[in-house]
Design a protein around this ligand. Structure first.
Ligand code: XIL
Length: 329
């Protein structure tokens, strides 16, 4: 159980990673989190359907196990998420009456935030609410169950409930595709800024924006635009986090060496942009080892080789870019 990177913990900007209950019994996996992370984050265990599978029936067992682990290791933790298009239980999506639905949302936030109170430094209050491609889309917001049933006000409703339920956790709007070059990405950044301004105008607390950072190795990071985005948020008094960093390599030709070189490049550019506008509150990778990663499931490589999205390979050996990342935090 020797950490792969000696004394990696505890300096500068906190480094964290998303951890999964289902792999917790893999000792090497677990020890990697102990050795490397200032912060851990339950990857799925606080999502809606897992926490409240039936109305009024809450199950915190998986999340509590991970939060107890963090606590025992002296690590901080953060939570995701109250509002997402993806993990709604069937009972929730069956609610037709907007008032009843709003009540269900607020009750969920109150119960979950209260249960975790004092143990999480921040919450993703809403996740992926920006339209995937605003140019092709009718409005700035993603077409989701929440938007259809409650309208745009589900966003302020969620932030307001979260602020009331947990006055100390930082409240975060979390989204993806905020770092690349091109009009679609410019628009997505602008939409995030406008949501922040609208919440502030309504006197509703939003503390930070989470950039997921699922980096396509073949896509160009707009370093200047990302830095400007961070500076614009700073001017609004709003912080910045990288919440789900990993490298999606299905377009990279070659073997592990080529893939890892591409990863170093894209992560380096990302950090240039991320650090260029304001100091991020934390940088979190979406897992730690390639042994368990979501990219393999959703964006596998066409050559059939295992993808290499995370800081440590499947044998728990650190990539060069991990050393680079840690030196920069
Ligand atoms: C993913 C998890 O990694 C998977 O284990 C799960 O099956 C689905 O969700 N953007 C997000 C994350 O906001 O919550 C997603 O996590 C990955 C994409």
């Amino acid at each position: 159980g020797i950490p792969a990177t000696a004394s990696a913990r505890g300096t500068g900007i906190p480094f964290g990673a998303a951890i999964q209950n289902e792999y917790f019994d893999d000792l090497g996996y677990r020890q990697l989190f102990t050795g490397e992370c200032d912060l851990v984050m339950p990857m799925n265990e606080l999502k809606f359907a897992l926490v409240q599978p039936e109305r009024g029936q809450f199950d915190f067992s998986r999340a509590d196990r991970l939060l107890a682990f963090a606590d025992a290791n002296g690590q901080s933790a953060r939570g995701t998420t109250f509002v997402w298009w993806s993990t709604n239980p069937p009972w929730l999506e069956a609610i037709e009456d907007p008032l009843d639905l709003e009540r269900a949302l607020v009750e969920h936030i109150e119960r979950v935030a209260d249960h975790c109170k004092g143990r999480l430094t921040s919450w993703d209050v809403v996740n992926e609410v920006v339209a995937h491609d605003p140019q092709e889309h009718r409005g700035p917001l993603r077409d989701t169950f929440w938007l259809r049933r409650l309208g745009p006000r589900h966003i302020p409703v969620a932030f307001q409930a979260a602020a009331r339920a947990d006055p100390t956790a930082r409240l975060v709007l979390n989204d993806y595709d905020l770092e690349f070059r091109g009009p679609r990405f410019d628009q997505r950044r602008a939409i995030v800024l406008s949501i922040v301004r609208q919440l502030q105008k309504a006197d509703i607390r939003i503390d930070a924006v989470g950039i997921q950072g699922h980096l396509y190795a073949h896509q160009e990071i707009d370093v200047e635009a990302l830095a400007r985005f961070g500076a614009d948020l700073k001017a609004l008094g709003v912080g910045l986090l990288a919440t789900e960093l990993d490298v999606i390599d299905f377009q990279v030709r070659g073997g592990p060496a080529e893939i890892d070189a591409a990863a170093s490049r894209v992560v380096g550019d990302f950090l240039d942009g991320l650090m260029g506008g304001q100091r991020p509150e934390t940088v979190i990778t979406w897992g730690l080892t390639d042994r368990y990663n979501w990219v393999e499931d959703v964006m596998p490589r066409s050559d059939g080789a295992p993808c290499r999205p995370l800081p440590f390979d499947a044998d728990l050996r650190p990539k060069d870019w991990y050393g680079m990342l840690r030196r920069r935090l």
